[in-house]
Design a protein around this ligand. Structure first.
Ligand code: KIV
Ligand code: ZN
Length: 516
């Protein structure tokens, strides 16, 4: 068995998925879960890209202690300095610096000659090595680079101090044969390659990201980069949960060991999906809703006779227990607190009180409160940024039916603490509700996407809504849950607007404090 390092980039490449914008607390919650999942390194963000990203990386680097934390930088000194300021509090400050090496990227994007690219790469790795205890260097678009040139630049950056060399398939163009060959070539042609670990990073444009990653490690890579649920730019990145389970189930073919705790897969996947608003397709391998469902009569019959007839993975392996029924109407605060801890949440006294209130409210209308319900409530409370500067839903009513025009009336508490009311019609119930909210909110709003799903199963399941909106020209996502679909929809809409307001408010505070 050879040990493979797992590098998670859900919070950086994953966060680059269209429409995803996580706040600091959401990123921290995902980081804590990645630590539980057992990744060896997590890329917490790109500190020079925005103040928000800088703060999130810093918070994660200062908090997470059992997983090494890294941040991305272009080959620019100011990027490396920003990353250092964000990461210096980490136990083992680690930098990920990159530059493109393919002819297309060097000529059109960087407008530099190959010699200039080598010089810049070496200078930046040397500069970074004076600050960071570990430097990972990436050759962007490596899979479309000239192999001899790649070997030359790799040798030089290793001499300059890089101890991990990452060779991304940036545009998802590689195939298992040619991507694997690139790693073999570097192993055989870079004289000092034994001083560094080779790493793969695959995008999924042709649906080959997992297969290409496996080809890379079969040809000498010692690290795999990927994301939870395979989220990321365009078609996404290699899906870490798919790789982890493939290694486990087919250890006969893949003698690779990782530090991953497979039992944390389901929870990690759920959390990332919930917070990013990126739904998982039902037939997605390992974590899709149907991954363990047997529909046809022949399959059901087989599984009943012996599970191994059609089941190669057990749900328990990934932590998919049968949605345990836990507390009820009469459960007290103490039992509730124990359950919260058992589920891995660390809530402040105030947040615990708020969660208990929501739980009690739910038990009034829902007979069986499940782990999934509680997970939704706790995640919402744990990642809620601030109590100030928000719109709050005070009351709403929606009337609709097959023979009348849908009409909504809404009462809101505004950030200035005024109560405002409005009513509107729409061609559907959600449209009427959203038109009313739009009228009441003092910002320029455009709805881009709306999705509703149920948490767990059953007729009285919680509803969870996700929206993507443009608020004053900025893309925001929002999510909300409630037992009623209309209320969940209203909550998601307000959540997107509130996230915008909180972000603006934080930026203003930052400006004032940096001016003094
Ligand atoms: O896909 C890519 O090339 C990247 C680099 C920045 C590592 O994400
Ligand atoms: Zn990438």
């Amino acid at each position: 068995m050879s040990k493979i390092n797992i590098f998670d980039t859900t919070l950086r490449d994953g966060e680059q998925s269209p429409g995803v914008n996580l706040n600091k607390l959401e990123k921290l919650e995902i980081a804590k879960q990645l630590e539980r999942f057992g990744v060896d390194r997590m890329e917490a963000g790109f500190p020079a890209s925005s103040k928000g990203d800088f703060e999130a990386v810093k918070m994660i680097a200062d908090t997470i202690k059992n997983t090494s934390v890294t941040g991305l930088a272009r080959s620019v000194k100011t990027d490396i300095d920003a990353a250092w300021d964000a990461l210096k509090g980490a136990d083992e400050p680690c930098l990920h610096v990159f530059i493109a090496t393919s002819p297309i990227h060097m000529k059109y994007k960087l407008q530099k000659s190959p010699e200039e690219v080598i010089k810049l790469a070496v200078d930046m790795v040397s500069y970074a090595s004076k600050k960071f205890s570990k430097v990972q260097w990436s050759a962007e678009d490596a899979s479309r680079s000239d192999l001899a040139f790649l070997a030359q630049i790799i040798e030089k950056v290793i001499d300059a101090g890089a101890s991990v060399i990452n060779l991304p398939d940036t545009v998802g163009y590689g195939t298992p044969a040619d991507y694997g060959h690139m790693f073999k070539y570097m192993k055989e042609n870079v004289p000092n390659i034994d001083k560094a670990i080779l790493s793969c990073h695959c995008h999924n444009d042709l649906g080959l990201a997992v297969a290409n990653s496996i080809a890379a490690i079969q040809n000498g890579a010692g690290q795999i980069e990927g994301t939870i649920n395979g989220i990321g730019e365009r078609a996404g990145n290699a899906s870490l949960e798919e790789l982890a389970v493939a290694f486990h189930i087919r250890s006969d073919e893949y003698p690779f060991e990782t530090n991953l705790n497979l039992i944390e897969i389901k929870r990690t996947s759920d959390l990332v999906s919930k917070l990013t608003g990126m739904h998982i397709q039902a037939n997605k391998a390992i974590v899709g809703k149907n991954a363990f469902a047997h529909e046809s009569g022949i399959h059901q019959d087989g599984v009943l006779k012996h599970a191994s007839t059609y089941e190669i993975i057990t749900p328990e392996l990934i932590g998919l227990s049968s949605n345990i029924l836990f507390l009820g109407k009469h459960s007290g605060r103490h039992a509730f607190g124990d359950k919260v801890k058992q589920m891995g949440f660390e809530l402040s006294e105030d947040k615990l009180k708020e969660a208990f209130g929501k739980f009690k409210l739910l038990t009034d209308s829902k007979k069986e409160v499940t782990d999934d319900d509680l997970f939704t409530i706790l995640t919402e409370i744990q990642t809620d940024s601030s109590a100030a500067n928000k719109y709050e839903l005070k009351m709403f009513q929606v009337q609709y039916g097959s023979n009348n025009i849908p009409t909504a009336s809404v009462e809101l508490l505004t950030p200035n603490q005024d109560i405002v009311q409005e009513a509107c019609t729409g061609s559907g119930s959600v449209e009427a509700l959203y038109a009313t909210l739009d009228k009441l909110i003092d910002e320029e709003l455009e709805l881009i996407d709306y999705q509703i799903s149920s948490v767990g199963g059953g007729r009285d399941a919680l509803a969870e809504a996700h929206v993507q909106m443009v608020v004053n020209g900025e893309q925001m996502n929002g999510r909300g849950s409630a037992q009623d679909v209309m209320e969940a929809s209203a909550n998601a809409f307000l959540n997107a607007v509130n996230r915008y307001l909180i972000q603006k408010h934080t930026e203003e505070i930052r400006k004032v404090t940096t001016n003094h």
